[in-house]
Ligand binder design. Structure first.
Ligand SMILES: *[C@@H]1O[C@H](CO)[C@@H](O)[C@H](O)[C@H]1NC(C)=O
Ligand SMILES: *[C@@H]1O[C@H](CO)[C@@H](O)[C@H](O)[C@H]1NC(C)=O
Length: 270
């Protein structure tokens, strides 16, 4: 009797554990994007061909160079656009179709690379003085992937961007139905299209429309987050300052607070 109820308990505990898994383990667990409770959630709302986004990303380049700040954040990239079924990619973007492609390409890198390498990729994309001329061009993506020491196909980024057909380079022999044919016609892999639509839908749901907007989730301020915006080069919000040192200080403080909460919970349990 005792054994039976113990087994029953174990079984139900296990199935609720399994049921809880999908929400607790985000999709990108294997890629170093695992959402860890003890890390500070930082969200950037950007557009790939927008100078203000580049300004924000330049700033974060300096933030991430500070000590080991990059290890202390979950970085969420939110691309701004609107769902539009009439468009070939299913979304429209402020700076045109090339920007939608650029957004998708960066999402492909985000999903297939560890965070530090994704960040190096974005820096490579933003680097040329001709910016944003090449954003959205797969051959430029490939150059950047190789510049940061990753491999185009092996990393998975190439197929996400260019699709299966390009990968095999033998279109006729590996032809795989309409999904693959569509990749060719829109110039973006199936995975890239899916990531783009999902991301844009999520951003639309958040209500944020300004590129660039920075949100730092907070357990220290009563609003629950700190918000900072740069529009046409002008900073707004940013109550804690908008230099790299300010942002690094805030992230460090939030991280310390999460750690001390975690330690307190740990002590309580034992
Ligand atoms: C960060 O965001 C994720 C996903 O929304 C959430 O599960 C997690 O609890 C957040 N972390 C913190 C420290 O708030
Ligand atoms: C390449 O084509 C073969 C069939 O010819 C297929 O089995 C394989 O999955 C394809 N590779 C990729 C990466 O699509």
């Amino acid at each position: 009797m005792y054994l039976a109820s113990a087994l029953l308990f174990l079984t139900s505990a296990f199935s609720s554990f399994v049921a809880a898994l999908p929400s607790q383990l985000p999709l990108d667990a294997k890629l170093g994007h695992r959402v860890e409770d003890s890390k500070v959630n930082v969200s950037l709302y950007v557009m790939s061909r927008c100078r203000d986004a580049r300004l924000c990303e330049d700033l974060f380049e300096d933030v991430f160079k500070t000590d080991d700040i990059l290890q202390k954040v979950n970085l969420n990239m939110n691309y701004i656009g609107s769902i539009n079924k009439a468009e070939p990619l299913g979304v429209s973007c402020k700076h045109g179709p090339l920007e939608c492609l650029g957004n998708a390409h960066q999402l492909c890198a985000y999903h297939h690379l560890p965070l530090d390498q994704f960040w190096a990729f974005v820096q490579c994309q933003n680097f040329p003085s001709s910016y944003p001329k090449d954003i959205g061009d797969p051959s430029f993506d490939r150059q950047c992937i190789e510049t940061i020491g990753e491999q185009w196909w092996e990393s998975g980024v190439g197929e996400c961007i260019e699709g299966k057909l390009q990968h095999n380079d033998t279109a006729s022999s590996s032809f795989n139905g309409d999904g693959d044919r569509e990749e060719e016609s829109v110039g973006l892999g199936k995975e890239g299209r899916r990531l783009l639509r999902k991301n844009i839908r999520h951003t639309e749901g958040s209500g944020v429309t300004k590129s660039c907007t920075i949100e730092i989730e907070s357990t220290l301020v009563s609003a629950g987050k700190r918000t900072c915006e740069v529009d046409a080069g002008v900073w707004r919000g940013c109550d804690d300052g908008h230099t790299a040192a300010d942002l690094a200080r805030v992230i460090e403080a939030e991280w310390q607070n999460l750690k001390s909460k975690e330690n307190a919970e740990h002590a309580f349990r034992h």
